[in-house]
Design a protein around this ligand. Sequence first.
Ligand code: ZN
Ligand code: ZN
Length: 176
Amino acid sequence: MKITLLNYGQFDRNLLNKVAESVEKEFHSEVIIRDEYADLSTFFDSSRKQYNGNKLLGFIENKPGQGDEKFIGLFNVDIFIPILTYIYGQAYLNGKSAIASSHRLSNERYGMVKDEKLFLERLIKETHHELGHCFGLLHCHSPGCVMQSSTYVEDIDQKSGHFCESCRKHLHSSSL
Ligand SMILES: [Zn+2]
Ligand SMILES: [Zn+2]
């Protein structure tokens, strides 16, 4: 099994190495990082002034991959899907593809002091969460479980970066 982090956000390598390390531990999987470039203007919705999450996810899905390989596209643009104002990310349940965006994860966005550690934690949680969906996990209500759904950034801060025991069992039975 292999998980590939596709860097579409020009993220710093040190930052992504930390995300990769965390994903490796949580999923017991080989993780690689690939710097990617795409003209995102084709995903821009000019009436909403945001990027179309369904189209971005479809774009990642079309990446050639083999067997049980999983891909998550990491972006830094504001992403929406038609029924929601914005999303932090989304994924195909039991599929090979996911997307996540850092756009709404930084403190500065909310007029607060920059906090790189918190930003990294949020990005890690979102990455774990979306990849969890790729491995067949649904939203979970266990306190602290990373598969809890998050509407606000405070919701992300309240959960841990880890899977609860039940999610972990499911994860490792589906990835064997
Ligand atoms: Zn979710
Ligand atoms: Zn759980």
